[in-house]
Design a protein. Sequence first.
Length: 270
Amino acid sequence: MAGTAFVAEPATLFSTAVLIGGDPNRTPLNNFHIILIEPQESLNIGSVARAMQNLGFSHLHLVAPRGYDRERACVTARDASVILDAMTVHASFPEALDGMQEVVGLALRKGENPAHFISLPQWSEKLPERVSRTTALVFGPEDDDLRNEHLSLCRWVVRIPTTAAYPSFNLAQSVLLTLYEITRSLPGEQVAAAVADAPTENEFVQFDRHLDGVMEASGFVRTGTPSPVPALVKALFRRLDPTRHELGVLLALFSRVHRNLSLPPPPSEG
């Protein structure tokens, strides 16, 4: 019927709105953070908020939005203005990733050296074993895809299947499809409260600094080295998917190697 919105019963929509540790305000969906890179249309931001509200997600982040207008966003957000009120705005992408344990970029292209590049259905199959990780879902600007500077920080680059003739969705559609796939894929039984022993993106960035230092000090990377090579080495370690403890061991090892390589050579015996 024209002009009439369909309203589903919240309790019957998805079995994924299960409790974590018996906390009525804590479900697996609380571990997902939607990050919009440089959004330029406030109506799209409102539509994203509405999709989130429909499917039970609550954490929205904007990175360097271009001309955000809350009143305009509320036009399409409708009853999801509460998500706009709680939204976090960041000056930079690395700032938005603070505390994230998984970084998932939704993009048409894989970038230079992603740790994993798979389709949305393939990624969602892995969710039940990773749902307890704090996860960033990253979407690019409306007029562009995620750039290499963003993709290089993503452990997963996920492509939404499309026809070859029309390969791109608009921003709100991309978010809606991704969130629906998450709700469809998560287990219906109660999920454990324990947070997975996964390193944060900040810890990977710290490891990357020592890895860069080792590659440079050892001469592995020097003038003339193809630029994709250092990024490929970093992607290999992300692909290993180490635990927090394992990454800590690698960090200690590479920081020691970096420090020793940076020491001046001992004086030659004369």
